[in-house]
Design a protein around this ligand. Structure first.
Ligand code: SF4
Ligand code: SF4
Length: 342
């Protein structure tokens, strides 16, 4: 493990930014943390998490896929893909870091999504262990340790600085390139910080939330639960929960006539929308109840069913604080549990 003094944090940022783009959480004009490219004078936000997740770096909200031009019956396809430059994301929390594993299970399996893969290969993730978890956090329900996040490098706040641990080859390379800023340290301060955070987590309101009643192999049982009607009754179908979610991965593909050719792009979509997956034969999920059920069945049953029991939620709590009608995955899990979750 290596230690960086408080005074050297911005030297570390400058050393990275001299070679590649560095993004970190920064407070915006309304005081919310959002990722921004670092340059001299930009200050790291000390908020727990960003408004939008770090998923945007690998799966952006919109992106061009290709262009094509048509002349009579001839179609020229123009490959607009560009090799991604290396970049570093600093300050990713344990939940968002775990969301990358979930997205990898979707986009890096055959057929591999080359756009996503390109960014994953060029991005280095520096995670920041949580010091003060929020009441909406429940990453522990899914086996994620907020005090020991994954990533290429993990950083902990300690009394007089930061302790860094490289976890991957990419992380070791970055640490080696900035080695003169660090000094050797043991894991004593990190262990004390972890004990403190785990103690806080154990007292959090959602500390006892379990996955009882959901999970792999329960499709029929959960799908047929009558409670979906009351749970979905007030859902506005606004899609906010899907857009802030680090693990939601649905998109739409459309063509846009620029006047000089056709641009094919994709953009995030939401299973909560009435036109999602609409086909010429109609909408396969015509009611909000069916759409609502789809979102939670996917995260809590279908995804673990197809991914060795891994759930499609990382307990980041964003949907808990953003839904305009205060509906969220925790309420769904508590309702579906058979007497376990209070
Ligand atoms: S469902 Fe909610 S708590 Fe779970 S990862 Fe998505 S936004 Fe976070
Ligand atoms: S659950 Fe809430 S945030 Fe999600 S679509 Fe319904 S009203 Fe919107």
């Amino acid at each position: 493990m290596k230690k960086l003094s408080l005074a050297k944090l911005y030297d570390f940022f400058a050393a990275i930014a001299a070679k590649e783009a560095l993004y970190l959480p920064v407070n915006n004009e309304v005081g919310k943390a959002e990722y921004k490219r670092w340059s001299e004078g930009v200050e790291l936000s000390h908020q727990l998490n960003t408004l939008r997740s770090a998923k945007d770096f690998f799966f952006p909200q919109t992106e061009n896929l290709m262009e094509f031009k048509m002349e009579g019956k001839k179609i020229d396809i123009i490959d607009t893909r560009e090799a991604c430059d290396d970049f570093v994301i600093f300050g990713v929390r344990a939940c968002d870091a775990a969301s990358f594993d979930i997205l990898d299970r979707v986009y890096l399996v055959d057929p591999v999504d080359s756009y996503y893969k390109n960014r994953r290969e060029h991005g280095t993730v520096i995670t920041h262990a949580c010091g003060k978890p929020a009441e909406t956090c429940f990453c522990g329900t899914f086996g994620i340790d907020a005090a020991d996040p994954k990533g290429d490098i993990t950083v902990w706040d300690v009394e007089d600085g930061y302790v860094f641990r490289a976890n991957t080859e990419k992380g070791e390379k970055l640490m080696a390139a900035t080695a003169d800023l660090f000094e050797d340290t043991d894991d004593k301060a990190v262990k004390a910080e972890q004990d403190k955070v785990r103690e806080i987590l154990a007292k959090m309101p959602l500390a006892d939330l379990t996955t009882e009643g959901v999970g792999a192999g329960l499709t029929k049982e959960v799908f047929d639960r009558p409670e979906w009607a009351s749970l979905s009754e007030s859902c506005l179908g606004c899609g906010t929960c899907t857009f802030v979610c680090p693990t939601c991965q649905c998109y739409d593909i459309r063509d846009f006539d620029t006047g000089h050719g056709i641009q094919r792009f994709r953009c995030w979509d939401s299973c909560m929308y009435s036109d999602f997956t609409k086909m010429s034969a109609g909408q396969p999920r015509p009611t909000q109840l069916e759409r609502f059920r789809q979102r939670f069945m996917h995260k809590l049953v279908y995804f673990p069913d197809n991914n060795d029991g891994v759930f499609g939620c990382v307990g980041c709590g964003r949907c808990l604080s953003r839904c305009p009608i205060s509906m969220n995955i925790v309420k769904v899990m508590k309702t579906l549990a058979k007497g376990g979750n209070k």
